[in-house]
Design a protein around this ligand. Structure first.
Ligand code: GLU
Length: 478
């Protein structure tokens, strides 16, 4: 860890690798990252892996991969809490020595009985402080360490999103900070980390709001001022309950493999809780310029997969061709094609970007540009590869075979000349040709379609279509 500049904003994303990288966590990461970038500050990644039973390496990898894919780069980290155990032990020793913490010897049975009693008399369930001032501790090996929370007064949190929130110390009990096996507990390690890592702004989900007063008290015990807090409202599914698998994919990897662009994901997630006028489409640079935690909405927002899809297409339309081409390549590979056996990917994305909602869609529609064999859609073939298409296809084949340069203008002029000669509309010529070359009745403009398929594939497919028509005629006895 470096010593941060005194005035630099430092935010952090602190995921627990106990589950997949969820859309809600990505939004938290995004808001922390955007704020750090907006302030020309620093962004720290901390993996909160103290729950060893539920943390997995696979989840850690998914977090790191996801961050990288999304371009949420961090200036420091990843830090792992499990590698900082010595530091936590050091603070616990200091606090015990300074009387900021104490050993508690209460047995499980006593605590259970206390809880029962409090529940039955309608009191708030809390530790009663029995070991706070023990004159002579019992001879037992089993003891935990508790933080000596202030008994009275208030903790006031001026939350950037929620406004002023007040907590009574009376309501907070003395939190266990080390279990009987010595392992430190969650709220305590977060405090030590936020302090050591010089975090100035904690941006996190509002499920952590109730932890905040305890953390503020412990930060004071470290002799520091608390960071600023911004607690983000929840993301809900369409039915109003907390966003979960029931509402569709929540694992960021599923969006990646379905062909969503990182820029679209970030744009969509930013709009869940943040807005700038009624603008919907933002580039990452615009978000960095405009985002401020104080503009985050207090109320929960609703996840809308249709809007995400729409935004994805908007970003596909707007992305620089080289970036989009590079992003398309793995999707073509997944379709089983050799990407070097076809037109440049930049030309492919230019032709398809207006008509594809995802990269997976785009790759599916573009396979005809890369493959010799063709999947002929039987319905399209039946409709468009009919005997009447034979003469136009033959004439087109000749015209295309004799074209000097295989470019869009030349192809267009050749098709127009054939149409004029046969006194047909361009559409009448184009549709059978489209089915012949792409196997389907939908594709980019016909000249672009053929240009991308290349001359050899175009001619071979017209031949195959003519053979199909001939078979059809023979079968019909014509
Ligand atoms: N590790 C916590 C979580 O994944 C975040 C804690 C925090 O941001 O303070 O929910």
């Amino acid at each position: 860890m470096t010593t941060p500049k005194a005035d630099a904003v430092r935010t952090r994303f602190a995921p627990s690798p106990t589950g997949v990288l969820h859309l809600g966590s990505v939004r938290t990461a995004l808001f922390s990252w955007l704020y750090a970038r907006h302030c020309a500050g620093q962004f720290v990644l901390r993996i909160e892996d103290t729950d060893r039973a539920r943390s997995t390496q696979e989840n850690v990898d998914a977090i790191l991969d996801g961050m990288q894919w999304l371009g949420l780069d961090y200036d420091e980290g990843p830090f792992f809490q499990t590698r900082r155990m010595d530091r936590y032990a050091e603070v616990i020793d200091e606090w015990l020595r300074d009387d900021k913490a104490y050993y508690c010897y209460c047995s499980r049975e006593r605590l259970d009985a206390l809880r029962e009693k409090q529940l039955s008399s309608g009191e708030r369930v809390r530790y009663d402080g029995r070991c706070r001032e023990l004159a002579d501790p019992p001879e037992t090996a089993s003891r935990v360490v508790r933080f000596r929370n202030p008994a009275a007064g208030q903790v006031v949190v001026n939350d950037i999103v929620r406004g002023r929130v007040t907590f009574e110390n009376e309501q907070l009990d003395d939190l266990i900070i080390a279990r009987s096996d010595g392992s430190p507990t969650y709220n305590f390690v977060v405090v030590v980390d936020d302090f050591d890592m010089g975090i100035t702004h904690v941006v996190r989900g509002d499920d952590h709001l109730n932890n905040t007063p305890r953390q503020v008290n412990m930060i004071a015990a470290l002799g520091a001022e608390p960071p600023a807090y911004g607690h983000l409202p929840m993301i809900l599914g369409a039915d109003g309950s907390k966003l979960s698998k029931r509402h569709g994919a929540v694992d960021i990897r599923e969006y990646r493999s379905a062909g969503y662009l990182p820029a679209a994901m970030l744009n969509y997630l930013a709009r869940l809780g943040w807005s700038h006028g009624d603008q919907e489409i933002f580039s990452i640079d615009q978000m960095i310029e405009l985002f401020d935690v104080k503009d985050v909405n207090q109320s929960a927002s609703t996840f809308n997969p249709q809007k995400l899809l729409w935004l994805n297409q908007q970003h596909i339309i707007a992305a620089p061709a080289p970036t989009l081409g590079a992003a398309l390549a793995p999707f073509l590979v997944a379709e089983g094609v050799n990407v070097s056996d076809g037109p440049p990917l930049e030309a492919v994305v230019e032709a398809f970007r207006q008509r594809s909602e995802t990269l997976a869609d785009m790759a599916k529609s573009a396979t005809y540009c890369f493959r010799d064999e063709l999947d002929l859609d039987p319905d399209a073939a039946k409709r468009h590869l009919r005997p009447v298409a034979q003469a136009p296809l033959e004439a087109t084949r000749d015209a295309l075979a004799n074209l000097e340069a295989w470019d869009v203008d030349g192809i267009e002029a050749a098709l127009r000349a054939v149409a004029d000669r046969l006194e047909l509309s361009l559409g009448k010529i184009g549709q059978p040709l489209r089915v012949a070359v792409t196997g389907t009745s939908v594709s980019p403009p016909i000249d672009v379609t053929l240009q991308l398929a290349g001359r050899d594939r175009t001619l071979a497919r017209i031949d195959a279509a003519l053979a199909y028509i001939a078979d059809r005629k023979a079968a019909a006895g014509q």
